[in-house]
Design a binder for this molecule. Structure first.
Ligand SMILES: Cc1cc2nc3c(=O)[nH]c(=O)nc-3n(C[C@H](O)[C@H](O)[C@H](O)COP(=O)(O)O)c2cc1C
Length: 420
């Protein structure tokens, strides 16, 4: 299908204010400020069923309602462009190419949650994204889309840019708040959740870049239109990222519910070297492996959950025949061990122990009993951290052990990959 965020015909490269306006850009904001109360904008987003694209898929409107309805003042909004998940580049491409779409989404969201300041939290390594968002801010400010009394209305908004440290954990919503407060990127204990007690202790809506990019379309065309795309529980589209395992790596915007096969074969052109697929990791490093028989699974939150995995932020990885799942799992465990911020003992210990145990298996040490230990370590530490990172290494390891136990047993017996 034609994307709704990236429609056909939108030129490559940064879209200027003039180009964005020529295709109706900022029309949703103009109409909303003229005709809709903040509560009405919020209701439209609730009705649209929009779900967060930052990983958890939480309903955006429900999150906004906590912030919008809080009596505490002021309210804040944070655009989460911390993006540091391996293989993910959708947020960078949105900010680089469609900065005004992202900005209009931010301004509408700030209006809906009654925020007077919205921070644009952007990965500090994303030089072009920061540059293009800065340029768009200047253009939009001159046109009166943000600043004092936006478009002459009783709504004022400041839009500072806050560079995000290029660390995985710095994208976690409360770590982002710490950074904006000029502290280290360390997640906070929850509750309280940012929606009611976030930045400087005030109500704060934190949303992913792709999530907010959907908002102008929802307000311009309505919740009913939005729900006509995707599935009942996952309306709209999602941007999926494919890596070097396919012939045509890149990002692809597809309606939720599109079969995984379509993404891999039609969009990606199938596996490089036409090797058969051995496993799919459909939602980044913290999702569970799926066997190749699941290739016709619809890509949406519920279908992936029912299959025992998750959609994450749309990074789809393929493991092809000849690749060893033990090696893959070890790389993932080492990633989480390196990215754990270390403040929660359970997370620090768990991520290190899992990586060490997998290294042992890879080298043929530990014997069969070690395979029984993984589950115990994962179960023991579940939920025992300030953020979700403690739960992230579990699904790939547990699913790998279930689906590809023979790879692990071969490593234990021979100290090398089965197919080496
Ligand atoms: C370790 C870790 C890293 C995260 N990194 C990001 C990130 O880079 N970008 C993002 O939008 N969300 C990230 N999240 C999720 C955020 O905490 C938060 O749920 C999200 O920004 C909410 O936005 P959404 O509701 O629009 O998805 C991360 C979560 C964890 C646990």
């Amino acid at each position: 299908m034609e994307g709704i965020l990236f429609p056909r015909g939108v030129a490559e490269g940064k879209e200027s204010l003039k180009e964005y306006r020529a295709r109706g850009g900022y029309g949703a904001l103009e109409m909303a400020l003229r005709e809709l109360s903040p509560a009405r904008v919020l209701q439209e987003v609730i009705d649209s069923g929009l779900r967060g694209r930052g990983g958890a898929g939480f309903p955006t409107g429900r999150k906004w309602a906590f912030t919008a309805e809080s009596a505490e003042q002021p309210h804040y909004l944070v655009l989460n462009g911390g993006e540091d998940e391996p293989g993910s580049k959708k947020d960078r491409l949105l900010m680089e190419n469609l900065p005004h779409l992202v900005l209009e989404g931010v301004i509408l969201a700030a209006y809906a949650v009654r925020a007077s300041r919205a921070y644009l939290y952007i990965n500090a390594n994303y030089k072009n994204a920061i540059q293009n968002m800065t340029g768009a801010l200047q253009e939009a400010g001159k046109a009166g889309y943000w600043g004092e009394r936006v478009l002459g209305c009783d709504f004022s908004l400041e839009l500072p840019i806050a560079p995000a440290p290029p660390d995985y954990v710095a994208g976690e919503d409360t770590a982002a708040l710490e950074v904006i407060e000029k502290k280290d990127p360390l997640p906070r204990q929850k509750p309280p959740y940012p929606a009611t007690a976030g930045l400087f202790g005030k109500p704060t809506a934190v949303n992913n870049v792709e999530t907010l990019a959907n908002v102008p379309l929802i307000i311009a065309r309505g919740a009913k239109w939005y729900r006509s795309i995707g599935t009942r529980e996952s309306p709209g589209t999602m941007i999926f990222s494919l890596g070097e395992e396919v012939k045509r790596p890149g990002i692809y915007e597809l309606a939720f519910g599109t079969p995984l096969r379509f993404l891999i074969e039609e969009c990606g052109g199938g596996t490089r070297d036409d090797k058969p697929i051995k496993a799919v990791l459909p939602g980044g490093p913290s999702s569970a492996f799926l066997p190749p028989e699941k290739i016709d699974l619809p890509l949406d939150h519920d279908s992936l959950r029912a299959a025992g995995s998750s959609i994450g932020c749309g990074v789809v990885r393929l493991i092809t025949a000849g690749s060893c799942v033990v090696e893959e799992t070890l790389r993932i465990a080492e990633f989480f061990a390196a990215e754990s911020c270390g403040q929660c003992p359970a997370c620090r210990m768990e991520t290190n122990i899992l990586a060490t145990m997998l290294k042992k298996v890879q080298q043929g040490q530990g014997g069969a009993p070690i395979l029984e230990q993984f589950q115990k370590v994962i179960e023991f530490n579940k939920g025992k951290g300030f953020c979700n990172l403690v739960n992230m290494p579990g699904p790939p390891i547990e699913s790998a052990l279930k689906l590809f136990r023979s790879d692990f047993e071969f490593h234990l017996a021979n100290g090398r990959c089965p197919e080496a």
